[in-house]
Design a protein around this ligand. Structure first.
Ligand SMILES: [Zn+2]
Length: 194
């Protein structure tokens, strides 16, 4: 069962492993809170403990990765631009930007798929913490919701990446060459987010 902790309106997955140790250890990496706890410590106790460490976790998140939403300070990042939330809610601002986001992904994927002569069967946007996109052999492409916060050039590079996976299901040199052939700035753009 995956547990979550909510920090700055972001749900952070909590990954708990039990080990032969005396104290609890917390680590933030890849937007996930990794917990190593003593064998007998219950999840309930661990989650209560984590609650008391929220400000430390929040600081680690800022230090180790980009924060896209700060409801407290009233802004969020949309397409790599800071947008003030004003009287709206975070959800309203995101919902308003969503059609543009969807259109961006769909048109780029279809354009690149056309050039590669591959067929996309469906495009989905899903909350994914560990990856920006995923391609299935069936032709289904899935993109992470959080891409909406990133630079449109990065979004385009991710589209290229996933479409090329419909030909090469690996990261071989042929895969890379094809990405660059389709989009000469691919290597530069894919590095805009880490
Ligand atoms: Zn890949």
């Amino acid at each position: 069962m995956t547990r979550f902790i909510v920090i700055n309106e972001q749900s952070i997955p909590v990954h708990i492993t039990h080990a032969h140790r005396k104290s609890i250890q917390l680590r933030v990496k890849d937007s996930i809170l990794w917990v190593r706890a003593p064998q007998k410590m219950s999840d309930r106790w661990i989650m209560d403990f984590i609650e008391t460490k929220k400000s430390w976790i929040s600081k680690q998140l800022i230090k180790t990765e980009k924060v896209y939403i700060s409801a407290k300070e009233g802004w969020l990042i949309l397409f790599n631009q800071k947008v003030m939330i004003g009287n709206d809610s975070v959800q309203t601002v995101l919902t308003r930007a969503y059609p543009t986001f969807m259109e961006m992904i769909e048109s780029q994927c279809l354009t690149y798929a056309d050039r590669l002569n591959v067929t996309i069967t469906s495009i989905q946007i899903k909350s994914m913490k560990r990856s920006w996109g995923r391609a299935h052999a069936s032709g289904k492409l899935v993109f992470a919701t959080r891409l909406i916060h990133t630079d449109p050039r990065f979004i385009e590079a991710v589209c290229v990446h996933e479409v090329v996976h419909l030909v090469f299901m690996n990261h071989s040199s042929d895969f890379k060459k094809t990405c660059i052939r389709l989009c000469p700035q691919y290597l530069e753009w894919i590095k805009l987010e880490t």
